[in-house]
Ligand binder design. Structure first.
Ligand code: A2P
Length: 293
């Protein structure tokens, strides 16, 4: 399986990243240090995770040159107004202790006002926010820009503007319970890289994911763990994968991906896509919008 994917900019993004959503204070730094020692060179975080500072310290402590580690962060909903984008990025950069990001994403297509209410205009039209990101690439503060949690409609609405820079990636939930085959097919056709968050099903679905009979069977045939099957599956589908863990043994385990033979891959794809999809992560209704409609 590919160790890297190539973005439109020519940059090569490592296919497995350490995810850090819900990696809390006092544990995320150690997780990053363990990951870097194990060979990870891709860390995924966000302003909203409140862990950028501890990640930054761990990166510094590792003494690995900045240009050898791929760093992704994300713009939070309350900073979509064009004048708020650069200050939000600067805050992430300062916390991470760096002067550029490899990849910066619009975290959700949802814009919120400072009081948490929905900014309808900037939610239905992400272009003003995007233009600001394009400027920040020109300024050298970001090398690549992309989006997260965009469905096809919202992605195509954004790219119907005459963009200077196309979104390099769309980071979305992809796992056994929510495999999104149409999105995967669409991304492949359009040449857009997907990034798979919650590849194990996130929190309370992890155990169920690891217990799927077909996943167990493949793990036995290949002599790998069920988690490695699920993580490998996403890379083999063409996506960057972002398993989150703060447990040293799991962090090491999750980096080892293996090609699944076509017959078994097709079995897994078929069984995953034959049940009603269940999304684990969708806070949008509480924000007053159904973003996946
Ligand atoms: P922990 O961080 O305590 O190790 P996802 O990436 O789908 O959101 O899943 C993250 C969850 O899965 C976390 O609760 C994490 O626990 C757990 N997890 C991560 N890697 C593994 C693994 N290899 N085996 C079992 N559970 C794992």
């Amino acid at each position: 399986l590919p160790t890297h994917f190539t973005l439109p900019s020519g940059d090569k993004i490592p296919s497995v990243a350490l995810g850090s959503w819900r990696s809390g204070p006092g544990e995320v730094g150690r997780a990053v240090q363990t990951a870097l020692k194990a060979g990870y060179r891709h860390i995924d975080t966000a302003w909203a995770y409140k862990n950028e500072a501890e990640i930054g310290e761990a990166l510094k402590a590792s003494n690995i040159p900045r240009n050898e580690v791929w760093l992704t962060s994300k713009l939070w909903n309350t900073f979509h107004a064009p004048e708020d984008v650069e200050p939000a990025l600067d805050e992430s950069l300062a916390r991470l202790g760096t002067d550029y990001l490899d990849l910066y994403l619009i975290h959700w297509p949802v814009a919120q006002n400072k009081d948490g209410t929905l900014n309808k205009e900037l939610t239905e039209n992400n272009y003003p926010t995007w233009q600001k990101l394009e400027e920040l690439v020109a300024k050298g503060k970001i090398r690549n820009i992309g989006v997260s949690n965009f469905n096809i409609r919202r992605f195509e609405k954004l790219t119907s503007n005459s963009l200077k820079i196309q979104p390099a990636v769309n980071q979305v939930e992809l796992n056994f319970w929510n495999p999104q085959p149409e999105l995967v097919k669409w991304a492949k056709e359009k040449g857009i890289l997907l990034e798979a968050y919650s590849p194990l099903g996130s929190q309370n679905r992890v155990k169920d994911s690891l217990d799927v009979p077909e996943v167990k069977e493949i793990s036995q045939v290949l002599g790998i763990t069920p988690a490695q099957v699920l993580i490998s599956w996403q890379v083999q589908r063409g996506a960057v994968v972002l398993p989150k863990s703060v447990t040293p043994s799991r962090i090491v385990e999750n980096l080892l991906i293996t090609k699944i033979p076509d017959r078994l891959f097709n079995t897994l794809e078929a069984v995953a896509t034959s049940h009603k999809p269940e999304r684990s992560v969708d806070p949008s209704k509480k924000w007053g919008v159904d973003i996946f409609e």
